[in-house]
Design a protein around this ligand. Structure first.
Ligand code: ADP
Ligand code: MG
Length: 380
């Protein structure tokens, strides 16, 4: 059953990239799935390179699991195509797609030992016994589970069980591994630790991973690229840095950067910058150049961590610090802007240099950190 992608059967584990770590691993074109009136996934398209760690990020119900299940073959698309390693697998049964899975529930066989659980995909594929023993041993070692092979799943902690599930997906070296909220059931500390472990294994083995989470931080820590999903649509598919610094929609700016939004109108362009007159304070803020006509109504978006406090009267607006909270290395402050009745402007600055409640401050931002989104005149 070579079609299962038992690539490079004698591959030595440490530091060796999998045989497929070049070129395009997976592509999805105009994938769509509806349930009655609900459009669960709306024309999703993406190309994923071999060796890439891609995350579907979105709140509950945004279509992440449905997209992943269509790729896996457990859910039939209404339309669209799925290609794995250049082969159209849209109508193939799950086990013929050569993909590995790890789900939130560990789904280990309770009556089998750890080693038997991990061996299962190889047993199923008729791999010789010696080969199975060797590869199970190697895989358990990668996941730090050497010595646990003889235990039953119930004799392991949640984190260890999830590592076993990961081993079972890794053991036959599928070209692509799919993971749906695999750390969702674990506590924060263990989750942080396993994020790093999964990322390390992925990089060392050159694995292609599609990962699902609703946790922004988890997505940012682990991914080469993130598809931000919303109501069945891929809102933006980009690197964490691009999503953070060049969000293409207000939704992305809010979801990843928790941006401040300030309504205003484009006043003029000066060389490489665009100047926006803010509604609330009447101040003028300088943004990166945007190709929008003067007079266009916009939402100005700036992340709290990219605002700076300066002397009152300087910057694009002045206000009074209404609250300031120390959160470890940062101070989070809420600023009541002069002449405005909008929400408090949220500011995050390194602790020690933080403003204090009651203080009068000016607010400034590097134009590179100021994003603009045109808004509908009537709605704006
Ligand atoms: P996510 O994984 O992002 O939370 P899902 O892909 O599970 O989102 O669901 C997307 C949408 O499709 C939701 O509105 C959900 O209620 C709906 N949905 C998912 N599976 C089914 C199903 N089997 N039957 C009916 N509606 C479904
Ligand atoms: Mg889900």
């Amino acid at each position: 059953m070579a079609e299962f992608g038992i690539a490079a059967p004698s591959v030595k584990v440490a530091g060796v990239k999998s045989a497929t770590a070049t070129g395009k691993a997976l592509s999805v074109v105009a994938l769509r799935k509806t349930y009655g009136d609900v459009v669960a996934v709306d024309e999703a398209s993406m190309e994923i390179a071999a060796g890439e760690f891609v995350t579907f990020l979105g709140s509950s119900g945004s279509g992440k699991t449905t997209t992943l299940m269509m790729i896996a073959g457990f859910c039939e698309p209404d339309s669209g195509t799925i290609t794995v390693g250049g082969r159209d697998v849209t109508r193939l049964a799950p086990q013929k797609r050569g993909l590995g899975f790890v789900f939130q529930q560990y789904l280990l066989f309770p009556h089998m030992t750890v080693a038997e659980n991990v061996a299962f995909p190889l047993t199923l594929r008729g791999v010789p016994k010696d080969e199975i023993r060797r590869r199970v041993g190697e895989t358990l070692e990668i996941a730090g589970l050497s010595g646990f092979g003889g235990r039953k799943p119930r004799e392991l902690s949640g984190g260890q069980q999830q590592r076993v599930a990961l081993c079972r997906a890794l053991v036959y070296r599928p070209p692509v591994i799919l993971m749906d909220e695999p750390l969702g059931a674990l506590d924060k500390k263990l989750r942080d630790q396993l994020q790093v472990e999964i990322k390390t294994i992925q990089q060392e083995l050159g694995l292609t991973v599609i990962y699902v989470t609703h946790d922004q931080e988890e997505a940012l820590v682990m991914s080469d690229r993130i598809a931000v999903m919303r109501n069945g649509l891929i809102e933006q598919f980009d690197t964490p840095r691009e999503l953070f610094e060049r969000p293409r929609t207000p939704f992305v700016a809010d979801f990843l950067g928790a941006a401040n939004f300030l309504p205003g109108r484009i006043e003029q362009h000066d060389g490489e910058h665009t100047l926006v007159r803010l509604d609330n304070s009447g101040g003028l803020i300088k943004a990166r150049h945007h190709d929008l006509a003067s007079g266009t109504r916009v939402k100005v978006a700036v992340q709290p961590g990219r605002l700076r406090a300066c002397a009152a009267g300087d910057g694009f607006c002045t206000g009074t610090v209404e609250n300031a909270t120390y959160v470890g290395t940062l101070v989070r402050a809420g600023i009541r802007i002069d002449g405005g009745d909008g929400p408090l402007l949220r500011l995050e600055v390194p602790a020690g240099r933080g403003p204090v409640a009651g203080e009068r401050v000016g607010i400034s931002a590097d134009p590179e950190d100021v994003n603009l989104f045109p808004t509908d005149e009537k709605a704006g």
